[in-house]
Ligand binder design. Sequence first.
Ligand SMILES: Nc1nc2c(ncn2[C@@H]2O[C@H](COP(=O)(O)OP(=O)(O)OP(=O)(O)O)[C@@H](O)[C@H]2O)c(=O)[nH]1
Ligand SMILES: [Mg+2]
Length: 480
Amino acid sequence: MAKRSEEEYDQLLQESAEVAAQFDSDIFIPDSFDSTQRDLSDRQALRRVIGLSTELTDISEAEYRKLRLERVVLVGVWTEGTIKDAENSMAELAALAETAGSEVLEALIQRRDKPDPSTFIGSGKVSELKGVVKATGADTVICDGELSPGQLRNLEDKVKVKVVDRTALILDIFAQHAKSKEGKAQVELAQGSYMLPRLRGWGDSLSRQAGGIGGRGPGETKIEVDRRRIRDKMAKLRREINEMKVARDTKRRERKRNSIPSVAIAGYTNAGKSSLLNRLTNAGVLVQNALFATLDPTVRKSETKDGRVYTLSDTVGFVKHLPHELIDAFKSTLEEVSGSDLIVHVVDGSHQDPLGQIKAVREVIRDIGGEKIPEIIALNKADIADPEVMRLVMREEPDAYPVSVHTGAGIPALIAAIEASLPRPKVEIQTLIPYNRGDLVSRIHEEGEILREEHLEDGTALRARVDGALAHLLEKYVRV
Ligand SMILES: Nc1nc2c(ncn2[C@@H]2O[C@H](COP(=O)(O)OP(=O)(O)OP(=O)(O)O)[C@@H](O)[C@H]2O)c(=O)[nH]1
Ligand SMILES: [Mg+2]
């Protein structure tokens, strides 16, 4: 891939600043907006209802989805990296909590070599936390990490309000945002596998009304019943997801058979993936300044300048420590990324730590088996990003393209890079196709790469690169 010079880069940034100046609102509204707006109001309505009606009275398969996250205190343990890293992580936790519909009242960080095995934070900090909870009137504590069932239980017993971890929070957001049947089933499956080993821990402290604490009381029996119900439900969900996966696989195979290259738009949540898809294809998908706005993949057709068709798909965003339950459950959705021919990795250049985001996204791509797929970085939000940060990322990632999806700056260069990186058809052919086989000519245009085209008296003469299957079909028109 051609590398850009500093001057070219400066010019791009300047161009993006100029176009940005024409915008007086920082809210981007895509052209085709109706369905998007409906999505948004649905979602806000949903959030309100959830706020009102989620008294947690008992633990059962239904309730764990409706965590009552309203007035929360955040708690983090800082074990490695700089204080800045720890603060970024807490800022992200706060954004996640707000996306889930809660109000963040206070955040505490403790420096430790490792989390306390019994209460996550050390005992001194537990008392401080208890004081903060009392003073602020918080009803929930959210811990920045994945806690063991025992840690959750112990901390709850001490601070006397509900304690949830980062994983539960992310699962809660996914549950609120899932729209399609497949998305909902995948989230529910992930919640089931998260919940199963934790049922007892939550049961003890949260559903005292369910039975005796400790010992084998009626509560224990209830938990066993719940556990079996969750297991049965998970088996059913797995079957349903597999059935839906068949349809998706068939579509993907069809595209492969027609040798249509696929480009996956991947990246950290809120980086601007959906906005990029809208910009490139007028897809009209939901864009929101929220984490995990998109859960369901959208696939759209696009065309290169010389007429080759390819697909672009927008998919679920990644985050640091994406719960493994979600990666497992979302396997079929994530295959949009792992089965693609090219990944356009969108990065939010205005974020405090874009390099950390790049690293986290690559980890997930590796987890799902996509590490060998060629990658182009679209370093987005150049209109609001700190040029110094952009520069830093460009130095680390020389193949990154600075863009602003909002202003359109840098987009033509990005498109050219995508087109140049698409897999190229393999066989070069010279054909003369009679005018009554216009269908073949259009197929060569769509699937192949035209090197030369001439309209002669007895047909269209074409020199082109095509895939094996199409080359075979064209054999009788080959001329040497
Ligand atoms: N200033 C600025 N904001 C942008 C740009 N591109 C996207 N945004 C904003 O960033 C936010 C997230 O955009 P989305 O396109 O929804 O991001 P996403 O990556 O699809 O996010 P998820 O689906 O939630 O993972 C929205 O508020 C967009 O308006 C850009 O170039 N400049
Ligand atoms: Mg999105």
